[in-house]
Design a protein around this ligand. Structure first.
Ligand code: NAP
Length: 319
C-alpha cells in the first residue's frame, strides 16, 4: 500500500464514486466489512438530497428529516467505520487493467474494485428563474415534495410517463394541476394518459413551454409561451414541478462501461457492470424507482457483491 505526502493512501480495496444514498450506504457496508474504502464525493457531496428540504419517506424518521441532515448522517456513519471521504470529482477512469485507476482533480488513486454511484440529474428547463426558485416552489420530485403543496395550484412540465404520473399524484394535494407540454401529443403510455385525461383536477396546456417564473419568497405565477402563436400568458401557481426526464451522470464512463441508449449503466448479474470488478448502484443504472431508499438498497447490494467478489478472487486481505 503506497502513501502520498499527506499520508493519505493511494491504493484502496474499494473506491466508491459518488456520495448520494447509494455511495454512502455502500461505504458503510464496505468499511464495516473492513475493506479499505475511499469515497470520492463528486461535485455535489451528498447528491440530489442536498437540494431538497424535508424528506418524509425515508424509513426510520417518523417526523421526517431534512435532506442535507440525512446525507450528513450517512456520511458520518460511513466515516465511523473507517471510510475516507474526499470532496473531489473524478475526471478520468481506467478500467482496462487491475488495479483500476481513478484520476480526480487533485489526485490519482488505484483500487481492486470500484462501485459507481454517480446518480442522475433531473433535466433542467434552463431558464434563469428556475435556479432562483429551487427549493422555494420549483421541484423535480413530486414523491418527495408533493405534500408541501396542499391546496395550491400546481404546474407540471413534461409529456412523458413521469410528468403524467407526478401530475396525477399531485392532484391528491393540489387544488388544480396544469400540465404544460411543448407538443399536442403525449409521449406517456396510454394507461397514464387515460388516467390524467380523465382526472377532473388536471388540465393540459398544449404546445407551450415555461418562459419565466415569478414570485417573492416562493413561486406565485408561471409564465408560458405558446409555440404556435408566440403569445405569452401567466398561470397562477404555488408550485412548479419539472418532469422532463433525467440524465444519468455517466459521461466519464463512456467507452469504459456498457451504457444503454439513454446513457444509464447496464447491469448484469445483480450489481455487476460490463467490467469485472466494477459495480454500480443507484440512479446511475435505475431509472425506474429513483428513490433515496432504493438507491441506498442498491448501495448495500453492490457492497455485498464487492466483498464476495474480492474474497472469490482472493483480493481481500485478511484482517
Ligand atoms: P421522458 O420519457 O424522456 O419524457 C420527457 C418529457 O419531457 C417528454 O414529453 C419531452 O417532450 C419533455 N421534454 C424534454 N425536454 C424538454 C424541455 N427542455 N422542455 C420541455 N419539455 C421537455 O422522461 P420521463 O417521463 O422521466 O420517463 C423516463 C423513463 O422512465 C421512460 O422510459 C418512462 O417510460 C419511464 N417511466 C415509467 C413510469 C411507469 O411506467 N409508471 C413512470 C415514470 C417513468 P417530447 O415528448 O416533446 O420529447
Amino acid at each position: 500500500m503506497s502513501d502520498n505526502e499527506s499520508g493519505m493512501q493511494k491504493h484502496y480495496d474499494v473506491l466508491i464514486i459518488g456520495s448520494g444514498p447509494a455511495g454512502y450506504t455502500a461505504g458503510v457496508y464496505t468499511s464495516r466489512a473492513k475493506l479499505a474504502t475511499l469515497i470520492v464525493s463528486g461535485t455535489l457531496p451528498g447528491g440530489q438530497l442536498m437540494t431538497t428540504s424535508e424528506v418524509e419517506n425515508y424509513p426510520g424518521f417518523p417526523n421526517g428529516i431534512f435532506g442535507p441532515e440525512l446525507m450528513m448522517n450517512m456520511r458520518q456513519q460511513a466515516e465511523r467505520f473507517g471510510a475516507i471521504v474526499v470532496d473531489d470529482e473524478v475526471t478520468k477512469v481506467d478500467f482496462k487493467k487491475r488495479p483500476f485507476s481513478i484520476t480526480t482533480h487533485g489526485e490519482k488513486y488505484t483500487a481492486e474494485a470500484v462501485i459507481v454511484c454517480t446518480g442522475a440529474s433531473p433535466r433542467k428547463l434552463g431558464i434563469d428563474a428556475e435556479q432562483q426558485f429551487g427549493g422555494r416552489g420549483v421541484s423535480y420530485c413530486a414523491t418527495c415534495d408533493g405534500p408541501f403543496f396542499k391546496g395550491e395550484d400546481i404546474v407540471v412540465v413534461g409529456g412523458g410517463d413521469t410528468a403524467l404520473e407526478e401530475a396525477t399524484f399531485l392532484t391528491k394535494f393540489g387544488k388544480s394541476v396544469k400540465i404544460v407540454h411543448r407538443r399536442e401529443t403525449l409521449r406517456a403510455s396510454k394507461i397514464l394518459q387515460d388516467k390524467a385525461l380523465e382526472n377532473p383536477k388536471i388540465e393540459f396546456v398544449w404546445n407551450n413551454v415555461v418562459s419565466d417564473i415569478k414570485g417573492d419568497k416562493k413561486v406565485h405565477t408561471v409564465q408560458v409561451k405558446d409555440l404556435k402563436t408566440g403569445k405569452e400568458k401567466t398561470i397562477k401557481a404555488g408550485g412548479l414541478f419539472v418532469a422532463i426526464g433525467h440524465e444519468p451522470n455517466t459521461s466519464i464512463f463512456q467507452g469504459h462501461l456498457d451504457l444503454d441508449d439513454k446513457g444509464y449503466i447496464v447491469l448484469k448479474d445483480h450489481t455487476r457492470t460490463s467490467v469485472e470488478g466494477v459495480f454500480a448502484a443507484g440512479d446511475v443504472h435505475d431509472h425506474r424507482y429513483r428513490q433515496a431508499v432504493t438507491a441506498a438498497g442498491f448501495g448495500c447490494m453492490a457492497a455485498i457483491d464487492v466483498e464476495r467478489w474480492l474474497s472469490e478472487k482472493k483480493l481481500r486481505k485478511q484482517n
